[in-house]
Structures are given as C-alpha cells and as structure tokens.
Design a protein around this ligand. Sequence first.
Ligand SMILES: C[S@@+](CC[C@H](N)C(=O)[O-])C[C@H]1O[C@@H](n2cnc3c(N)ncnc32)[C@H](O)[C@@H]1O
Length: 237
Amino acid sequence: MVDQNSTLKGVVPTGPRFFGRRKGRPLKTSMKRLLDEGLPKIIFDPLQKIDHQFGRHADYYLEIGFGGGEFIAGLAAARPECNFIGAEPFINGVASLLRHVEEQQLGNIRIWPDDVRLILPALGGGSLAGAFIMFPDPWPKRRHAGRRILQPTLLDQLATMIRPGGNLTLASDDPAAKSWLLQAAMSHGDFVWTARHPDDWRKLPMGLSETRYMRKAERAGRRPSWFHFRRRDSVAP
Ligand SMILES: C[S@@+](CC[C@H](N)C(=O)[O-])C[C@H]1O[C@@H](n2cnc3c(N)ncnc32)[C@H](O)[C@@H]1O
C-alpha cells in the first residue's frame, strides 16, 4: 500500500499554523499513483527560480486554496501562454488537480501541496500578474477571525507580489466572508475594487471557470459574489 503522504515527506517544511483538513476520503489507487508519480514532476520548489521551474518566462498567476483544482485547470487550459501556481494543503484536492493536469495535458501548472504562506517569501516583488482566492473557508464566527485567510499580513504580501496594474480576485457565497473579504481588500491602500455595476460582482466574470464550492453554494440557493481588485500603480498617499 502506498502512503498517500509519501510524496510530501521531506518537502514540506514546518511553518505557520494551518486551519483546515489535510486529508478527506481515503484516496483511490489511481489518485495515490498521481501523488507519487505526478506530483514530484510539477511540485513547486520554493528554492528554485520560478522561470527555471516552468522553463520559460511568462505572466504568473497564483491560486490560493484551489480545492479540487477545476478553477486553476480551467484557467491554465484557457491561457496556455501564462504560468500558474496553485497552493492547497488538502491532499485529496492535490490529487484531483493532478488528474486534471494529466487529462488535459497541462504543462503550465506547478503545485504547492501545503499552506500558501510557506512559499510567499519565495515569490519576488512584482512577480505575479494576479492572484485568486475563490470561496475561502468562511470562518463566520468572530472568535475565529484569526483563521480567515485574508489577514493583513497576507494582503501586504500580495500587494508586494502582484505587479502594479495586476489583479486580485476574491469570491465567496457566504455573507460573513463576503463582508470580511471586501472589508480587508478595500481598506488596503494598494488595492482598488474595480466594480462599477452590481453585475460586476453578481455574475461569474468572463473567462473564469466555476469552482466546486461555487456550484455547491448555488445548489443550496446561496448567491456567489466575485470581487475584482486592481493593484494600484503606485502606493496611495
Ligand atoms: C472552501 S474551500 C474552496 C476550494 C475552491 N477554491 C473552490 O472554490 O471550490 C477553501 C480551500 O482553501 C484551502 N486553504 C485554506 N487555508 C489555506 C492556506 N493557508 N493555503 C492554501 N490553501 C488553503 C483549504 O484547504 C480548502 O481546500
């Protein structure tokens, strides 16, 4: 029997505390094979230069918490000229993205199978054309506010890594999460919310794929919102 975490041994450093599931349902043999054979080929290596890992220079996008990976796989397929880095500590999700990569023969994705905060220092200033946080865990209770992904430190890091004019896209179906996502990004001087009309946040933006959590929310009658922020050209006065 293959250890479903064997691929990660020695790769994942210790770091900030992560709140969430690392494992879900037992992995099928095919998923274990993907983790053991596929992941080492496209694992993101924070110690190597990014261009070197992709074998080319291109626009880089980061997805934080890719879940089952359908969103980042959709983006990578639609924009073959760009490079994509996805971070997700949930090992079943990593296996699912590896399946999308294999089925769609995607050569422009690298996977970090752990907490995104561990690789942020490795991404240089202005290195990203954009970042996505789609349907993050909502942590609606005030006493769990410290577990919410979009903390001021992460926003500061994203503001440094996303180049001027680049994008930060946030989405949620949870009223509390919509409010803390918007509040956090709007109160950060380096990001501007680009919405002009309610449809700008009520409709799935052109060119973006659906996600598993988005579909789950819609089936349950909850309305997703998408918040698109632009990294300011220069720091606000
Ligand atoms: C509610 S799920 C949404 C998954 C996916 N984006 C979607 O829309 O279907 C949130 C995901 O974020 C991941 N996550 C939470 N904290 C994270 C972190 N610090 N770094 C990377 N991923 C994280 C979780 O493991 C979980 O899979």
